[in-house]
Design a protein around this ligand. Structure first.
Ligand code: ADP
Ligand code: MG
Length: 248
Protein backbone atom coordinates (compact mmCIF):
# COMPACT_ATOMS: atom_id res chain seq x y z
CA UNK A 1 0.00 0.00 0.00
CA UNK A 2 1.40 3.37 -0.99
CA UNK A 3 1.58 6.02 1.72
CA UNK A 4 -1.26 8.06 0.19
CA UNK A 5 -3.71 5.22 -0.25
CA UNK A 6 -5.50 5.96 3.02
CA UNK A 7 -6.08 9.59 2.02
CA UNK A 8 -9.10 10.60 -0.03
CA UNK A 9 -8.23 10.60 -3.73
CA UNK A 10 -9.74 14.06 -3.92
CA UNK A 11 -10.07 16.59 -1.13
CA UNK A 12 -11.69 19.83 -2.16
CA UNK A 13 -11.23 22.38 0.59
CA UNK A 14 -13.25 25.55 0.64
CA UNK A 15 -12.97 26.58 -3.01
CA UNK A 16 -14.41 29.80 -4.37
CA UNK A 17 -14.92 30.79 -7.97
CA UNK A 18 -16.26 34.05 -9.39
CA UNK A 19 -16.88 35.15 -12.95
CA UNK A 20 -16.44 38.92 -12.78
CA UNK A 21 -18.53 40.15 -9.89
CA UNK A 22 -20.62 36.98 -9.86
CA UNK A 23 -19.74 34.48 -7.13
CA UNK A 24 -20.42 31.08 -8.62
CA UNK A 25 -18.81 28.73 -6.09
CA UNK A 26 -18.88 29.73 -2.45
CA UNK A 27 -16.74 27.74 -0.10
CA UNK A 28 -17.27 24.28 -1.59
CA UNK A 29 -15.66 21.36 0.23
CA UNK A 30 -15.90 17.69 -0.66
CA UNK A 31 -13.89 14.56 -0.04
CA UNK A 32 -13.96 11.68 -2.50
CA UNK A 33 -12.43 8.40 -1.43
CA UNK A 34 -10.78 5.96 -3.78
CA UNK A 35 -13.30 3.73 -5.60
CA UNK A 36 -16.17 5.93 -4.52
CA UNK A 37 -18.89 7.29 -6.80
CA UNK A 38 -20.33 10.67 -5.91
CA UNK A 39 -23.51 11.93 -7.56
CA UNK A 40 -24.01 15.71 -7.68
CA UNK A 41 -27.51 17.08 -8.11
CA UNK A 42 -28.96 20.57 -7.95
CA UNK A 43 -30.87 23.17 -9.94
CA UNK A 44 -29.62 24.57 -13.21
CA UNK A 45 -27.12 27.37 -12.56
CA UNK A 46 -26.17 26.12 -9.10
CA UNK A 47 -22.52 25.66 -10.08
CA UNK A 48 -22.27 21.92 -10.76
CA UNK A 49 -20.43 22.26 -14.08
CA UNK A 50 -18.19 24.98 -12.69
CA UNK A 51 -17.21 22.69 -9.83
CA UNK A 52 -16.23 19.91 -12.25
CA UNK A 53 -14.42 22.37 -14.51
CA UNK A 54 -12.37 23.61 -11.55
CA UNK A 55 -11.39 20.02 -10.77
CA UNK A 56 -9.81 19.34 -14.12
CA UNK A 57 -8.56 22.91 -14.41
CA UNK A 58 -10.71 24.03 -17.29
CA UNK A 59 -11.22 26.95 -14.89
CA UNK A 60 -8.88 28.01 -12.11
CA UNK A 61 -10.45 28.17 -8.65
CA UNK A 62 -9.94 31.60 -7.05
CA UNK A 63 -9.10 30.29 -3.59
CA UNK A 64 -9.12 27.14 -1.53
CA UNK A 65 -7.30 23.89 -2.18
CA UNK A 66 -7.92 20.88 -4.39
CA UNK A 67 -5.81 18.02 -3.13
CA UNK A 68 -5.71 15.38 -5.82
CA UNK A 69 -3.80 12.29 -4.76
CA UNK A 70 -2.14 14.39 -2.08
CA UNK A 71 -1.05 17.29 -4.29
CA UNK A 72 -2.70 20.72 -4.39
CA UNK A 73 -3.67 21.34 -8.00
CA UNK A 74 -6.05 24.26 -7.43
CA UNK A 75 -5.65 27.49 -9.23
CA UNK A 76 -2.49 26.82 -11.18
CA UNK A 77 -3.38 26.13 -14.79
CA UNK A 78 0.19 25.00 -15.44
CA UNK A 79 -0.90 21.76 -13.74
CA UNK A 80 -3.61 21.29 -16.35
CA UNK A 81 -1.90 18.90 -18.80
CA UNK A 82 -0.72 16.60 -15.99
CA UNK A 83 -4.08 16.75 -14.22
CA UNK A 84 -6.07 15.99 -17.37
CA UNK A 85 -4.03 12.85 -17.94
CA UNK A 86 -5.28 11.61 -14.58
CA UNK A 87 -8.81 12.99 -14.56
CA UNK A 88 -11.07 11.94 -17.43
CA UNK A 89 -14.07 14.06 -18.31
CA UNK A 90 -17.25 13.25 -20.19
CA UNK A 91 -19.54 16.04 -21.37
CA UNK A 92 -23.23 16.30 -22.15
CA UNK A 93 -22.60 16.67 -25.88
CA UNK A 94 -19.94 13.95 -26.26
CA UNK A 95 -17.41 16.32 -27.91
CA UNK A 96 -15.97 13.60 -30.15
CA UNK A 97 -13.64 14.48 -33.01
CA UNK A 98 -16.01 14.24 -35.97
CA UNK A 99 -13.32 13.48 -38.54
CA UNK A 100 -11.99 10.48 -36.59
CA UNK A 101 -13.49 7.01 -36.26
CA UNK A 102 -14.54 5.66 -32.87
CA UNK A 103 -11.24 3.78 -32.54
CA UNK A 104 -9.19 6.78 -33.66
CA UNK A 105 -10.95 9.03 -31.13
CA UNK A 106 -9.80 6.64 -28.42
CA UNK A 107 -6.28 6.17 -29.84
CA UNK A 108 -5.41 9.84 -30.20
CA UNK A 109 -4.38 10.77 -26.64
CA UNK A 110 -2.55 7.52 -25.87
CA UNK A 111 -0.48 7.99 -29.05
CA UNK A 112 0.10 11.74 -28.72
CA UNK A 113 0.44 12.06 -24.97
CA UNK A 114 1.67 8.68 -23.78
CA UNK A 115 3.66 7.79 -26.90
CA UNK A 116 1.88 4.48 -27.51
CA UNK A 117 2.52 2.88 -30.90
CA UNK A 118 -0.38 2.87 -33.33
CA UNK A 119 -0.75 -0.86 -32.93
CA UNK A 120 -0.76 -0.76 -29.10
CA UNK A 121 -3.22 2.15 -29.17
CA UNK A 122 -5.44 0.17 -31.52
CA UNK A 123 -5.39 -2.82 -29.16
CA UNK A 124 -6.31 -0.50 -26.29
CA UNK A 125 -9.19 0.99 -28.29
CA UNK A 126 -10.43 -2.51 -29.10
CA UNK A 127 -10.42 -3.45 -25.41
CA UNK A 128 -12.18 -0.25 -24.40
CA UNK A 129 -14.84 -0.53 -27.08
CA UNK A 130 -15.54 -4.01 -25.78
CA UNK A 131 -15.79 -2.58 -22.26
CA UNK A 132 -18.46 -0.10 -23.38
CA UNK A 133 -20.23 -2.85 -25.34
CA UNK A 134 -19.71 -1.58 -28.90
CA UNK A 135 -16.74 -3.57 -30.21
CA UNK A 136 -18.34 -3.63 -33.67
CA UNK A 137 -18.27 0.17 -34.00
CA UNK A 138 -14.49 0.71 -34.11
CA UNK A 139 -14.45 2.01 -37.69
CA UNK A 140 -17.65 4.04 -37.50
CA UNK A 141 -17.53 7.84 -37.46
CA UNK A 142 -19.45 9.81 -34.84
CA UNK A 143 -22.19 10.83 -37.28
CA UNK A 144 -22.80 7.14 -38.02
CA UNK A 145 -23.43 6.36 -34.34
CA UNK A 146 -26.44 6.93 -32.10
CA UNK A 147 -26.12 9.40 -29.25
CA UNK A 148 -25.81 6.57 -26.74
CA UNK A 149 -23.05 4.96 -28.79
CA UNK A 150 -21.23 8.29 -29.19
CA UNK A 151 -21.33 8.86 -25.46
CA UNK A 152 -19.92 5.39 -24.86
CA UNK A 153 -17.07 6.17 -27.26
CA UNK A 154 -16.49 9.38 -25.27
CA UNK A 155 -16.32 7.34 -22.06
CA UNK A 156 -13.89 4.89 -23.68
CA UNK A 157 -11.78 7.81 -24.90
CA UNK A 158 -11.58 9.21 -21.38
CA UNK A 159 -10.65 5.79 -20.00
CA UNK A 160 -7.84 5.41 -22.53
CA UNK A 161 -5.55 7.57 -20.40
CA UNK A 162 -6.19 5.25 -17.44
CA UNK A 163 -7.45 8.09 -15.25
CA UNK A 164 -7.63 7.91 -11.48
CA UNK A 165 -10.87 9.88 -11.49
CA UNK A 166 -13.74 10.22 -13.97
CA UNK A 167 -15.94 13.31 -14.13
CA UNK A 168 -19.27 13.12 -15.93
CA UNK A 169 -21.24 16.32 -16.56
CA UNK A 170 -24.87 15.39 -17.28
CA UNK A 171 -23.74 12.57 -19.56
CA UNK A 172 -27.25 11.47 -20.51
CA UNK A 173 -29.16 14.71 -20.69
CA UNK A 174 -28.70 15.06 -24.47
CA UNK A 175 -29.85 11.50 -25.13
CA UNK A 176 -33.17 10.08 -26.21
CA UNK A 177 -34.77 8.16 -23.36
CA UNK A 178 -34.13 4.73 -24.87
CA UNK A 179 -30.37 5.39 -24.93
CA UNK A 180 -29.97 6.67 -21.40
CA UNK A 181 -29.94 3.22 -19.90
CA UNK A 182 -27.07 1.85 -22.02
CA UNK A 183 -24.83 4.74 -20.99
CA UNK A 184 -25.77 4.57 -17.31
CA UNK A 185 -25.18 0.81 -17.34
CA UNK A 186 -21.61 1.32 -18.57
CA UNK A 187 -20.99 4.00 -15.94
CA UNK A 188 -22.41 1.80 -13.19
CA UNK A 189 -20.21 -1.11 -14.31
CA UNK A 190 -17.14 1.11 -14.19
CA UNK A 191 -18.12 2.31 -10.72
CA UNK A 192 -18.58 -1.18 -9.41
CA UNK A 193 -15.19 -2.13 -10.89
CA UNK A 194 -13.74 0.58 -8.64
CA UNK A 195 -13.44 3.61 -10.93
CA UNK A 196 -13.58 6.68 -8.70
CA UNK A 197 -16.22 8.95 -10.24
CA UNK A 198 -18.08 12.21 -9.80
CA UNK A 199 -21.31 12.30 -11.77
CA UNK A 200 -23.54 15.31 -12.26
CA UNK A 201 -26.88 13.77 -13.12
CA UNK A 202 -30.52 13.86 -12.20
CA UNK A 203 -30.94 10.17 -12.97
CA UNK A 204 -31.83 9.11 -9.45
CA UNK A 205 -32.08 5.45 -10.45
CA UNK A 206 -28.38 5.61 -11.28
CA UNK A 207 -27.68 7.39 -7.99
CA UNK A 208 -29.47 4.66 -6.10
CA UNK A 209 -27.60 1.95 -7.94
CA UNK A 210 -24.09 3.40 -8.04
CA UNK A 211 -23.60 6.33 -5.66
CA UNK A 212 -21.79 6.14 -2.34
CA UNK A 213 -22.30 9.84 -1.62
CA UNK A 214 -24.90 12.25 -2.90
CA UNK A 215 -24.21 15.96 -2.96
CA UNK A 216 -26.87 18.63 -3.39
CA UNK A 217 -25.73 22.03 -4.68
CA UNK A 218 -27.67 25.25 -4.63
CA UNK A 219 -26.49 28.80 -5.42
CA UNK A 220 -22.84 27.78 -5.52
CA UNK A 221 -22.86 25.95 -2.23
CA UNK A 222 -22.89 22.33 -1.21
CA UNK A 223 -26.07 22.30 0.86
CA UNK A 224 -26.23 18.61 1.56
CA UNK A 225 -23.76 15.78 1.46
CA UNK A 226 -25.26 12.45 2.43
CA UNK A 227 -24.44 8.80 2.15
CA UNK A 228 -26.63 7.06 -0.35
CA UNK A 229 -28.36 5.13 2.47
CA UNK A 230 -29.30 8.30 4.37
CA UNK A 231 -30.32 10.05 1.22
CA UNK A 232 -32.68 7.36 0.01
CA UNK A 233 -34.10 6.65 3.41
CA UNK A 234 -35.46 10.19 3.37
CA UNK A 235 -33.13 11.82 5.88
CA UNK A 236 -32.62 14.73 3.53
CA UNK A 237 -32.37 18.44 4.02
CA UNK A 238 -35.66 20.17 3.22
CA UNK A 239 -34.35 22.17 0.25
CA UNK A 240 -32.83 19.05 -1.29
CA UNK A 241 -36.13 17.25 -0.75
CA UNK A 242 -38.07 20.03 -2.48
CA UNK A 243 -35.72 19.81 -5.45
CA UNK A 244 -36.10 16.04 -5.57
CA UNK A 245 -39.87 16.35 -5.49
CA UNK A 246 -39.62 18.51 -8.63
CA UNK A 247 -37.44 16.16 -10.62
CA UNK A 248 -38.91 12.80 -9.64
P1 ADP B 1 -24.93 24.19 -13.46
O1 ADP B 1 -23.97 23.27 -14.12
O2 ADP B 1 -25.28 23.79 -12.06
O3 ADP B 1 -26.15 24.42 -14.28
P2 ADP B 1 -22.92 26.19 -14.00
O4 ADP B 1 -21.74 25.82 -13.20
O5 ADP B 1 -22.90 25.89 -15.45
O6 ADP B 1 -24.22 25.61 -13.30
O7 ADP B 1 -23.18 27.73 -13.89
C1 ADP B 1 -23.31 28.40 -12.65
C2 ADP B 1 -23.43 29.88 -12.93
O8 ADP B 1 -22.19 30.35 -13.44
C3 ADP B 1 -24.48 30.23 -13.96
O9 ADP B 1 -25.15 31.38 -13.49
C4 ADP B 1 -23.69 30.52 -15.19
O10 ADP B 1 -24.33 31.46 -15.99
C5 ADP B 1 -22.39 31.08 -14.63
N1 ADP B 1 -21.22 30.81 -15.49
C6 ADP B 1 -20.73 29.59 -15.82
N2 ADP B 1 -19.64 29.71 -16.60
C7 ADP B 1 -19.43 31.03 -16.77
C8 ADP B 1 -18.46 31.81 -17.50
N3 ADP B 1 -17.46 31.23 -18.18
N4 ADP B 1 -18.58 33.16 -17.44
C9 ADP B 1 -19.58 33.75 -16.74
N5 ADP B 1 -20.51 33.08 -16.04
C10 ADP B 1 -20.46 31.74 -16.06
MG1 MG C 1 -24.08 22.18 -15.86
Amino acid sequence: MRSQDHQPLLDIINIDKSFGALKILKGCSLKVNRKETVVVIGPSGSGKSTLLRCLNLLEPADSGAILFDGKDIAGDLRNAPAVRREIGMVFQNFELFQHLSAAENIMLAPMKVSGLSRSDAHDLATDLLRKVHIPEKADFFPDELSGGQQQRVAIARALAMKPKLMLYDEPTSALDPEMIREVLDVMAELSSDGMTSIVVTHEMGFAKRAADQIVFMESGQIIENATSEDFFSGTVNERAQRFLDQIL
